[in-house]
Write a protein that binds this ligand. Structure first.
Ligand code: HEM
Length: 84
């Protein structure tokens, strides 16, 4: 499944109840099913719900993490011309 989102669409999904979308490198990940199994804990993920978390992501993870979890969690991409 790969959809095209605006940053506004992503911002609307900012809680677990709303899907908990985050942006990493222009890709959109839906983390509502993943928060409770996140090794870094649910709190830190909830804090970046609806936002671009690229910087925070690369601070704590390497590419292997996206290779492993990306296919399961990625729901689409952000339209380049629609950044907030
Ligand atoms: C698609 C989104 C994410 C996935 C799949 C993910 C997955 C993981 C995994 C597998 C680990 C275990 C360590 C490792 O294998 O490298 C981890 C640790 C961690 N993650 Fe995430 N994570 C995501 C997003 C984030 C975001 C956005 C943040 C910060 C806002 C974050 C903060 C952390 C922290 C603080 C740790 C613990 C690092 C440590 O113990 O050294 N994660 N995450």
């Amino acid at each position: 499944m790969s959809e095209s989102f605006t940053a506004k669409d992503v911002a609307a999904h900012n809680t677990v109840e709303k899907g908990l979308y985050i942006i990493i490198d222009g890709d959109v990940y839906k983390l509502d099913q993943f928060v409770d199994e996140h090794p870094g804990g649910p709190k830190i993920l909830k804090r970046v719900g609806g936002k671009d978390a690229t910087k925070q992501f690369w601070k704590y993870h390497n590419e292997g993490v996206l290779k492993k979890y990306g296919p399961k969690l990625k729901v689409g991409t952000v339209q380049a011309d629609a950044k907030l």
